[in-house]
Design a protein around this ligand. Structure first.
Ligand code: SAM
Length: 364
């Protein structure tokens, strides 16, 4: 449209030139008497008409050129748009192909693998739930416990490791049991000690709030004469209990433990992992001097790398300890002090967790 306007504007000088000429020429001829005034009027009219016709012809020609240029431009733009659309479609087709390949991969490999893994995990969990249910039932039947017992598993010990502890209490009848990390287990251990009729439990608790809750729980079960929940805040352990490696990692304040003598069983279930790497390591160096010759340490959560590693350090630093691995839900390693030479009385003979194929390690 702009180009049409431009062309029309270009014709204006022509119109300006021929228009006056058409008016002036016949009048001049009439003025000098070469033609009559009637012929002047006729000639002017003819010349004006001719000028207008020429201008119209030139205008039409310009219009045709503009229309032709417009249609060329429309064709060019249409081709470009078509090309772009074609490219987009190509890219879309390619990415759809990629998606199709990924979906195929997902359907043929990833999904079946995930289904197998979920099925196996479900079966494993089902087995584990059944085993814990059996252990829970056995505990309830064996111990003369209250109708409403604190729940186990999760943050608390699992029934199978408690069954192991109850069997050790039954077998060794320790005078003093120490638990690192109080909670639901303190009550269950209390019932086990009450059943054998000897011994007491000191459950160490670093958190004042949980120590309070633990005492309330013990009181609810009327076990105060058997179970003491002792608040022992975490402090920097003395260097000789840190073995170099654990230097700086806090443990229960040893000042609060100085009276603990004749310990026959230790359940190591604290401090929590979040308090530092291999946080439970100091249990053996700190408590061993106050233990009996045949003391047993039960380390819970032994399937975790930290506990496995600190157990190795216990064995390396204390050759008198022998380890048995119990196949419990969270893994339990039992360390027995065997002051007698290997292969004689002190050697732990078997695992206490019913399992057809328990893992066992010899003395180191
Ligand atoms: C691994 S948990 C185990 C506690 C205990 N041996 C048991 O099995 O019930 C260790 C820490 O959990 C914390 N704890 C105690 N009672 C708790 C509760 N009801 N909920 C969450 N944490 C608790 C305490 O600080 C305790 O030292």
């Amino acid at each position: 449209m702009d180009s049409l306007r431009r062309r029309i504007r270009r014709l204006s000088p022509l119109a300006g030139l021929f228009g006056p000429m058409a008016l002036v020429t016949p009048a001049a001829l009439g003025g000098v008497g070469l033609i009559t005034w009637g012929e002047v009027v006729l000639g002017t009219a003819i010349l004006l008409l001719g000028t207008l016709t020429c201008l119209l012809g030139v205008g039409l020609w310009s219009l045709r050129r503009t229309v032709s240029e417009l249609s060329t431009s429309v064709r060019t733009q249409t081709r470009k748009v078509t090309e772009l659309l074609g490219q987009d479609r190509l890219e879309l087709t390619r990415s759809l192909e990629g998606v199709r390949v990924e979906v195929g991969e997902l359907r043929e490999r990833t999904l079946p693998r995930a289904v197998t893994a979920i099925t196996r995990a479900g079966a494993r969990q089902g087995r584990q739930d059944y085993e814990q249910y059996v252990a829970w039932t056995e505990l309830r039947e064996y111990l003369d416990v209250a109708a409403f017992m604190p729940p186990l598993r999760g943050w608390a010990a699992s029934p199978d490791v408690l069954r192991l502890l109850v069997r050790l209490i039954e077998r060794d009848r320790p005078e003093l049991v120490v638990e690192c990390g109080s909670g639901a287990s303190s009550v269950w251990i209390g019932y086990a000690l009450r059943k054998v009729g000897t011994g007491r439990l000191v459950a160490l608790e670093h958190d004042a709030r949980y120590a309070e809750l633990g005492r309330a729980l013990v009181a609810d079960h009327a076990l105060e004469d058997v179970v003491e929940v002792r608040h022992a805040p975490l402090t920097r352990v003395p260097d000789d209990h840190a073995d170099g490696v654990s230097a700086g990692v806090p443990w229960y304040d040893t000042e609060a433990l100085s009276d603990l003598k004749g310990i026959g069983l230790v359940f190591v279930d604290g401090p929590p992992r979040a308090t530092g790497p291999e946080a439970r390591y100091p249990a053996v160096p700190a408590l061993l001097p106050g233990c009996t010759d045949r003391v047993v340490f039960v380390l819970d959560d032994a399937d975790r790398p930290d506990e496995r590693s600190l157990g190795e350090r216990w064995l390396a630093g204390h050759p008198e300890l022998a380890r048995t691995e119990e196949p419990t839900e969270k893994g339990a390693h039992v360390f027995t002090r065997t002051l007698a030479p290997a292969g004689t009385l002190g050697e732990p003979s078997s695992t206490l967790t019913p399992d057809p194929q328990p893992k066992r390690e010899g003395r180191r």
